[in-house]
Design a protein around this ligand. Sequence first.
Ligand SMILES: [Zn+2]
Length: 276
Amino acid sequence: METVHLVYVLLFGMVVGSFLNVVAWRVPRGESIIRPGSRCTSCGKAIRWYDNIPVISWFILQGRCRNCGARFSIRYALVELLTGLLFAGIFLKFGITWLFFTNTVFISLLICVVLTDIDHWIILDSVSLGGIAVGLAFSMAPGGVGLLPSLLTASVAFLIFFLIRIVSKLILKRRPGYTIAPEGHEDETDEFQGGMGWGDIKLVGMIGAFLGPSSAAMAFFIAFLTGSLTGIAAIIAGRSRRLPIPFGPFLALGAAVAVFAGQAMWQFYLTVGSNL
Ligand SMILES: [Zn+2]
């Protein structure tokens, strides 16, 4: 019986992933996420329901539009698969409880963050600020982190990252134009001056609201660790130090790891700390 449920949750996650692809493509372009239905972005022809089955259709059509043959990135199928697998993992960890709903919503918001931050250097306010509201609401559900810890973690995280932004701006002020804004964002060079973007600051508020203090701390630790390692690796590989790297995906990665292992890592940290 458990296996049947697991398959349902996996399929449900893949459908949600398909929807997240649509949101990440359309919302930054100012399009409606409801109408029209899915269309080929190349020829504009409506995609029939049987060509729009998550993951499977991509492989049947070998990543091409049935009408014009335009290529669809495998990323769409991978996002659908990843969402499905994460939903299945959340089901295995929490069963069908309030925490299942909390964490599937949280993971969906995080996937949206990754997609829009990679493609457009933006984190949608509807995701981050909307996510803070949803995280606060879910904190009151059975098994949740509780409203006060949720609110405090969101506020403290927001303030700490805001301070990081101010400090890094002060440091970089002495080296004007040090960081190069990415293509299409030349008029917002200020937002890319090395430190935290506003989107990141609102995002950590959302992560704090959903995770509460201990798991959020682990999420931010993982984000800084993986972010700086990636930055160092990119520079070694020849990337200019002046080109920014979006931080949202690292925060999302840290938060996703914390959903599954945040409490365990926190316990480990406390145990090791008390034995030193
Ligand atoms: Zn087409």
